[in-house]
Design a protein around this ligand. Structure first.
Ligand code: SAM
Length: 302
């Protein structure tokens, strides 16, 4: 495939710290496109200068992205090729670009990735925490109440969780994480990846918090926190089953709703419809009682 194609927006990953991580293909694309859309043009100019690349830069950030997208679409329609970069790592991953990419695709034009560094993936690759399924949660809310609410909603998530955090909030966020998930939950903190003070440590949330509190150096820089998912005791499936059942029972007879919800979620059908209440099923049991009365039938229950 040609390095740069006419009328294409190339989404180019840049390093998250170590300049050596800019790929050969990224350099070629950045040297060849007509112009580069950058989150912060001064920041990207430094990267380009370090690589000996001189190209026009266009500011495309979260505050102007929607407005400038149509102009960029016009340039692409006229056959120009453009690149999109963010300040570090992969654009669109906790970075601007989503609206532009959407507009370009909606216009029927090509968007092509030049993959490379991404802090979340780099952290996952060194954490030693199950990585076959994971949820990227990005930044947690800044306010503690909203943060705890978000964490509570993730409390039963069985997949590995990946969070981004800055030096301003790392201690507060770890405090909330240890309280909501418990200090024994397995976790790894990846700090300043690929940079001089790269540190990857941890075994539990409690131990990470203790080290971050004790050592101011461990509160500096940029962080990715990788947290093992909740032990799979069936609670996540049960909660999902209850959620589905609550929706489906408005559309189907309760027994069929329970059957379908059980199939889709993996929760036991009995726990959704007239079964013994499980820990997290308190609400659903109440719902079940209503459903039984309204339906007047449990003919196909086992
Ligand atoms: N688009 C980027 C990517 O692909 O990873 C992420 C951009 S987001 C605005 C910046 C956050 O990513 C930081 O606050 C930090 O959580 C994480 N991050 C970026 N570089 C990092 C690094 N070298 N080490 C650890 N975390 C990093």
């Amino acid at each position: 495939m040609a390095t740069v194609r006419a009328g294409t927006l190339h989404v180019v990953a840049t390093p998250i710290g170590n300049l050596g991580d800019l790929s050969t293909r990224a350099r070629e694309v950045l040297s060849t496109v007509a112009a580069i859309c950058a989150e912060d043009t001064r920041h990207t100019r430094q990267l380009l200068n370090a690589c000996g690349i001189d190209k026009p830069l266009l500011a495309v950030h979260e505050h102007n992205e929607a407005e400038v997208a149509w102009q960029l679409v016009e340039r692409l329609r006229n056959g120009e090729s453009l690149a999109l970069v963010s300040d570090a790592g992969t654009p669109l991953v906790s970075d601007p670009g989503y609206r532009l990419v959407r507009e370009v695709r909606a216009a029927g034009l090509q968007v092509s990735p030049v993959p490379g560094a991404c802090a979340a993936i780099a952290a996952l690759s060194v954490a030693g925490i199950p990585s076959d399924r994971f949820c990227f949660e990005g930044f947690l809310p800044a306010k503690s109440s909203a943060r705890r609410e978000r964490l509570a909603a993730l409390g039963h998530e069985a997949r590995t969780l990946v969070f981004y955090e800055s030096s301003h909030r790392i201690e507060e966020s770890l405090t909330d994480l240890a309280e909501v998930f418990g200090p024994e939950r397995e976790a790894v903190l990846a700090r300043e990846l690929t940079k001089l003070f790269e540190t990857v440590f941890g075994d539990t949330l409690g131990s990470i918090l203790a080290r971050v509190r004790a050592d101011p150096d461990q509160r500096r820089g940029e962080f990715v926190l990788v947290v093992r998912g909740a032990a799979d005791d069936g609670t996540a499936a049960l909660l999902e089953g209850q959620r589905l059942y609550a929706k489906l029972r408005h559309l189907l007879p309760p027994s069929q709703a329970a059957k379908l919800a059980a199939e889709l979620s993996g929760a036991p059908r009995k726990a959704l419809y007239g079964g013994a209440p499980a820990t997290a099923a308190g609400d659903a049991s109440a719902v079940d009682a209503d459903a039984h009365e309204a339906d007047g039938s449990d003919a196909d229950l086992p």
